[in-house]
Write a protein that binds this ligand. Sequence first.
Ligand code: SF4
Length: 127
Amino acid sequence: MKRKELICIVCPNGCQIQAEIEEGEKIQVNEITGHLCDKGPEWVEQELVNPMRTIASSIMVEGGDFPLVSVRTDSPIPFKSIPEIMKAIKSSKAKAPVQIGDIMVKNPAGTFCNIIATRTVQTQVLP
Ligand code: SF4
């Protein structure tokens, strides 16, 4: 049995949560204390067993008034998928114009998320 201390990031209260875990083939969370609400244990379980993250990056744009468009995942993704998703983002290119919310990469690395644009890039107007 091992004891882990985590700070819950679900709300600004930032509860300091203690979890008793058993590490085997799978992590088993046995007891959770220190939370003020039921969201804390849910988050701890998720964080210890299958941590999820939202990631942000940028993609090159051809013919745009900016060379890059900022992007992010439209939902949290498993932590272990990040390298493959970053590879998919890095190998992608877009053509201007790009609108906020456009899907730039659909379901990278077999996940259910999409990579979406978080800014607009207009077509470059040449003088
Ligand atoms: S346990 Fe509940 S109250 Fe505490 S930080 Fe997490 S969400 Fe907020």
